[in-house]
Design a protein around this ligand. Structure first.
Ligand SMILES: [Zn+2]
Length: 647
């Protein structure tokens, strides 16, 4: 019996070295020799230890998948596909804790599995299923060697990981099975686990990469970093790329690193996962109905290709920011020929080490202009890009702020044209046909400078301009006229207040009118979920500026009418400033928010002296404590639903 114990320990250590650490210390035949010895002893004695490696061989096919209810709900992740959405996430987190750190990991594309341990022994593996209930895949997962059957921690816990099949393993499998090749690594991994025959699982060689641990009772882990350390210490396979980032900028840089790096690794990935590191921040942020509010998946939905930088030009944006624009060797991307790609700013260009004649990775998605993600390779003739000392258009001095260079001239021509282009863009005033090229002509030939100048244009203004035929002119004029009826959030986005993206514009639009937004104080702005300190100050500065106020009245006089969903003055929540905290079981936070607003209430993100009501769901944290301290009335979910129902 002692020899069996000894053999289990040795074989498990060797398997860990081989499968988890990728550092085998003995030849395969040595492993096989001891393995055979162990199996003989097991047959002889009729005893099999719970952590015996012979359990991994794969038993008989199972009849069907048993359903199994998870001990704790398995949430999926909220998704971001743009940096605007990602930045909104950072803002939400930083409102809870200003110096919150983030972790960035690969998001692998396979099948999520959940492994349960009790008293230090592996007892069960399940698929995620619908998050509440999954399928029991213990027999299948047992054949995967990248996790331990025995751990030192004694309490009940669940670890989560992604079952994957390496791209090289998939390629080899397909070579060996030309009659029935597997389509892609994700389906191959899911199929390998969700098969009724565990021997088939084993034949496809899936691995599991672990990234999360949940403890049922006392929790010895206080952060994502500690969770990963725990997993490694206990012998689970984790992926080596794991970044702890002190700032959103560092986190974005790590996401970009993944976007470049994922093309070189042997695993299929479709994004990056960004989490707040600290458990305290997580507890405070809580969960929506579907997602944790403290984590987000950034999905790469774009196409990428390599090209060569031919030269780098500088563009001036609507804020005066100088953006390096690379002319590249033409490359086919997402159905278009791409000849130019942007780098975000001077700092970005330096950090990504992009030089003229370098090979670079270019990305294009529907939403953004093609972008250079990084240098793939330099050649002998690669030349560093010179940093401009003056604006290449108006020759005004250039100011350096952080990673950015700015033209200091408020009326720099491309800057004004870009402001107009932004105003007319699809998600803003949506003036169809009013392209950058058209606006450049109108700027140069007809003196169009401000948004309000657009509304003064008449048919005769286009006479004599090259390329403007009757039909086109009529279409433009009707598009301009049509843009006068505009949703308030679009209008607030269109006028180009610095830092206001579409997400924050929606927050502001809840106040019902431009006048109401202009009257907000710093404290009131900071109550908004997606507005941070920098943006709050930029909103204040915008409305404090005389020229901006005059331009707004010119627009209103011209007939521009931003319309908001009017907040009813009667209703169960009329006049109330409501803070939602904790998790509601019957509706999501955004649904609750919409219902409150429909009944005349205003939703705030933090409790202040102005708060008149707190709705506390399950696991309500510090907001509830603060409400009690300030004497703000608190109601629970039941009462909340009753008031919603009383409409
Ligand atoms: Zn300039």
């Amino acid at each position: 019996m002692d020899r069996m114990r000894e053999l289990c320990d040795i074989l498990n250590r060797w398997a860990h070295e081989y499968y988890v650490l990728d550092a085998p210390s003995v030849p395969d035949r040595e492993y096989d020799r001891l393995y055979d010895e162990l199996r003989a002893l097991e047959e002889e004695s009729g005893v099999v230890y719970p952590d015996s490696p012979t359990r991994r061989v794969g038993g008989d096919p199972v009849k069907g998948f048993e359903r199994h209810t998870h001990i704790a709900r398995l949430y999926s992740l909220d998704k971001a596909v743009t940096y605007d959405e990602l930045n909104a996430f950072f803002t939400r987190v930083r409102k809870v804790r200003e110096d919150a750190a983030f972790t960035v990991e690969y998001k692998f594309d396979g099948l999520t599995v959940c492994l349960t341990y009790e008293n230090g022994v592996f007892v069960r593996a399940t698929t995620r299923g619908n998050g509440v209930e999954g399928e029991d895949v213990t027999a299948q997962v047992l054949t995967v060697p990248s996790f331990p059957l025995k751990i030192s921690y004694r309490g009940t816990l669940e670890v989560r990981g992604e079952a994957i099949i390496r791209l090289s393993v998939l390629a080899r499998y397909n070579e060996e099975h030309p009659e029935e090749p597997l389509k892609n690594a994700r389906n191959a991994a899911a199929g390998a686990i969700r098969t009724l025959d565990p021997k088939l699982t084993r034949a496809r060689h899936p691995e599991i990469v672990f990234y999360d641990v949940n403890f049922m009772s006392e929790d010895p882990v206080r952060s994502q970093t500690e969770g990963m350390e725990f997993l490694r210490r206990e012998g689970f396979k984790t992926y080596p790329f794991f970044r702890v980032c002190r700032t959103p900028e560092e986190a974005i840089a790590a996401v970009e690193e993944i976007e470049v790096g994922r093309r070189q690794i042997d695993v299929l990935t479709d994004g990056a996962v960004i989490k707040t590191d600290d458990e305290g921040v997580r507890a405070e942020m809580g969960y929506t109905e579907k997602f944790p509010r403290w984590a987000i998946a950034y999905k790469f939905e774009a196409e990428e290709a390599e090209s060569v930088v031919e030269r780098v030009l500088w563009q001036v944006g609507r804020t005066g920011k100088l953006t390096p624009l690379a002319e590249i060797a033409p490359v086919e991307l997402a159905g278009a020929t791409v000849r130019r790609a942007t780098l975000n700013n001077y700092g970005d260009l330096t950090r990504k080490d992009v030089k003229v004649h370098s090979r670079v990775l270019v990305r294009r998605s529907n939403e953004v202009i093609p972008e250079i993600l990084g240098a793939v390779e330099h050649v002998e003739g690669s030349v560093p890009v010179e940093k401009p000392a003056v604006c290449p258009f108006c020759h005004s001095p250039v100011k350096e702020v952080g990673a950015n260079l700015f033209c200091t001239n408020e009326n720099c021509p491309p800057r004004l044209i870009q402001r107009l282009t932004h105003y007319c863009s699809k998600n803003a005033a949506d003036v169809e046909g009013m392209s950058e090229a058209t606006l450049t002509v109108l700027y140069e030939k007809r003196g169009v400078r401000r948004f309000s100048d657009l509304y003064a244009l008449r048919g005769e203004d286009f006479a004599g301009l090259e390329g403007f035929k009757e039909k086109k002119i009529a279409n433009l004029l009707s598009a301009i006229e049509g843009s006068k009826q505009i949703a308030l959030d679009r209008f607030l986005y269109a006028i180009g207040i610095e830092g206001i993206g579409r997400v924050a514009a929606r927050d502001l639009a809840a106040f019902g009118s431009v006048e109401a937004v202009a009257a907000l104080t710093f404290e009131e702005l900071m109550q908004l979920e997606n507005v941070g300190e920098v943006t709050a100050n930029s909103i204040l500065a915008y409305f404090a500026d005389g020229e901006n106020r005059e331009e707004l009245s010119r627009l209103f006089r011209a007939g521009v009418q931003p319309v908001a969903q009017r907040r009813p003055s009667t209703g169960a929540f009329a006049g109330e400033s409501v803070v939602l905290t904790g998790t509601l079981s019957s509706l999501s936070r955004s649904e609750a928010q919409a219902r409150i607003e429909a009944l005349g209430g205003v939703c705030q993100s933090t409790v202040s002296a102005k708060t008149t009501l707190v709705v506390a769901g399950e696991k309500a944290g510090s907001k509830l404590a603060k409400a009690q301290k300030l004497g703000v009335p608190v109601i629970g979910e039941e009462e909340f639903l009753r008031r919603l129902g009383g409409e």
